[in-house]
Design a protein around this ligand. Structure first.
Ligand code: AMP
Length: 199
């Protein structure tokens, strides 16, 4: 069944990255979300790819919600043109709020903060805390090592093959949003009751 997405949470670098394609992809995604009337939910900053995706969505007439922890607001990285900027008490509250507020998630190239957010939202999906789609905007093959790491966990018996189906990937923002809309969650048993039953 096709999903209608009202809001998409974007995780991405607070730096612009080493290649211009990263910023171009962030801009294209921001525009695509605005044109599809999908609200952008993100970390609320004005810097790096985060600022690029938010500016592009706003310039194309889209709605953008930023969720920023108080300590980052104090550093004045908060974006000033947002429809809503929610200031929360901690990084934990912020990540939970971003997940609650969004119908789907997209990771763009980014650093440790992006990986943390991506792994958290996938972990929550893995244990069934949410059933929302997660997509990787795979600009220039940036997420190939990520997919390889997850495959490694499957091969070594720490994740189920079905867990690779918890996310979709595409280098094109429009195609990726299409994949999120047609996403069907993989069906599998609990990873904690399968496998060897003890001595
Ligand atoms: P990183 O990939 O390490 O640059 O971290 C970016 C991700 O972590 C974003 O998706 C944000 O939600 C969060 N984050 C990291 N740094 C900031 C910042 N200066 N302002 C707002 N959010 C940030």
């Amino acid at each position: 069944m096709r999903r209608t997405l009202g809001s998409v949470c974007v995780y991405c670098g607070s730096r612009p990255g080493a290649r211009p394609e990263y910023r171009e992809a962030a801009i294209e995604l921001g525009r695509a979300l605005a044109r599809k009337q999908i609200t952008l939910v993100y970390g609320g900053a004005s810097v790096g790819l985060m600022g690029a995706v938010a500016d592009a969505a706003l310039d194309a007439g889209g709605d953008v919600i930023g969720i920023l922890p108080r300590w980052l607001e104090a550093r004045e990285v908060g974006h000033e043109r947002l429809k809503e900027l929610h200031i929360v008490d901690s990084m934990h509250t912020r990540k939970a709020r971003m997940i609650e507020r969004s119908d789907a998630f997209v990771a763009l190239p980014g650093g440790l903060g992006t990986f943390d957010e991506l792994f958290e939202v996938l972990t929550w999906a893995q244990v069934g805390l949410h059933t929302k789609p997660v997509g990787l905007l795979d600009v220039g093959g940036y997420f190939e090592p990520f997919r390889a790491l997850v495959r490694h966990a499957v091969i070594e018996g720490f994740a189920l093959p079905e867990h690779e189906g918890l996310f979709v990937s595409d280098p094109d923002p429009h195609e990726l949003v299409e994949k999120l809309c047609s996403f069907e969650r993989p069906v599998y048993g609990s990873k904690w009751v399968d496998g060897p039953k003890g001595p």
